[in-house]
Design a protein around this ligand. Sequence first.
Ligand SMILES: Nc1nc2c(ncn2[C@@H]2O[C@H](COP(=O)(O)OP(=O)(O)OP(=O)(O)O)[C@@H](O)[C@H]2O)c(=O)[nH]1
Length: 520
Amino acid sequence: MSIERISTEGLSGMRELAEAGLPPLPEALRSRLAECRTLPSLPASAARIIAIARSSDPRLADYARTIEQDPALTMRLLGMANSTFYSRGGNPVTTSLDALSRIGLDATLAVVLSFGLPRASSDQSLDHEYLCQRAILAASAVQELAQHLCPHDAPQLFTSALLQDIGILAFEALDGEAYTSAIPDLRQHQKLSEVEQARYGCDHALVGAWLAASWGVPTTIASGIIDSHGALEDGDARKLCLRLSCRIAECWLATDSASAFSSLLRQLTSVASLDIVMLMNVMQELQHRLPSLSRLFEITCPPAVDSTHLLAEAKELLFEQNLRMTIRLAEQQRELEALHASHVVLDEQHRTDHLTQLVNRPWLEKRLAQYFDCAKVAQQPLSVMFIDLDHFKRINDRFGHRFGDEVLIHFAAALNNMVRESDIAGRYGGEEFLVIMPNTDRRQASILADRIREYLAKQPLAQADGKPLHVTASIGIADLEDGEFENAAALVDAADHAMYGIKHGGRDGVGHYEEPGPGE
Ligand SMILES: Nc1nc2c(ncn2[C@@H]2O[C@H](COP(=O)(O)OP(=O)(O)OP(=O)(O)O)[C@@H](O)[C@H]2O)c(=O)[nH]1
């Protein structure tokens, strides 16, 4: 089937290319490409289709009419529209207009451009059959991958992948034998790009992008050609699909495809947005579609991959992945526990009075506010006890501050032993202590106050100059029932007030808060 081709104008003739947003070509290479008259050309029908696409008001009927002028293209388009991928069980289409409506303009452009693919011929030293198979495989793989990761971009990605190696043909046209003898085996794609970089200052991906742009292919598709050769990494789903698609094509056509796929799968375990099960589905679908695609694009069908080996490899990787995940989970659990433990220690330090090891004033106030609100809502009793050790200054003055500290420590420990489990005893400041007693009325609170006083009367808090040192305390109690308290602080003030009453009355006693009478 002969295809009418238009001659290329050379890259330099396309001034608007500079505005296409592609990275620049090295100047020397650019002018040589501009002079080269044998660059891969575009079939005339493809050029006309692109011209319609670039017109201000492209109509489906115009496309259809242009396509119908080229029987080979029409047949290929119908074949594509009736392939299992596009027909999805629908009726076969018989006109190019129906085919166009079914597959859309982007996919039509891909079919049109596939005519620009290299064809096997005996007088060329490059393996064009390999390049063609690689292009079809990559284009089909990207379409399958995109269905999972970025479905809207699938048609454009198909075209980018299809044209990804078109730059190799441009280099071949430019330098012939000098190029083909300098480059390694086409199967070593990474090495190929490195040799091109060293020789021309850029690789075939960039040249391919410029060539495609000079044909009038949309810039997004041309940029995609450049993207197809980057590293496999998370982030941009379009780039990932493209880059992975050429890796898949390369593995598929490798001499030892089983081990090529094994190392690709292992490489992919570090890419979080890809899961192995999805990849296996893509491979299976590709395997299924390849015979019909090969017929459609008139290439020798690439050999099937050893799916048993591939599945075994995938299973092993999944197992390893799960194992790694379990280990990571256990590590995270340990980290979490350590964090929790240090939080508990910090929290403990945050709320503890360093001298007496009782809770401190901020913590007392915070907890009392909570108890206060709960008791109000539940209408349950709540009492607060304010304890001030008597004549503490004298103890300090006589025996020293450190001695005074010991006294405070002993009293705190004794107090903590005397209160109920549900009570909170803390150091309010200096030689002042506060006990919060939830669910406790003034009568029950008095019992604790008496117990404290009895204890202090019996037990010396220290030995001073060989003699037991007895300390007394002035205690004030306020119960929620004792007045209209607005908040927790008012309840503490009331207990403090009651304690001061005892101080003024001579110390060593217990007083209850009394609401001032109307005249007081
Ligand atoms: N050793 C020691 N003394 C403290 C601490 N905090 C406060 N004090 C002392 O406690 C004493 C409190 O003195 P005052 O407020 O005059 O009361 P007081 O001597 O107990 O007399 P009354 O309360 O009226 O019975 C002061 O001498 C403070 O220095 C502390 O952490 N350790």
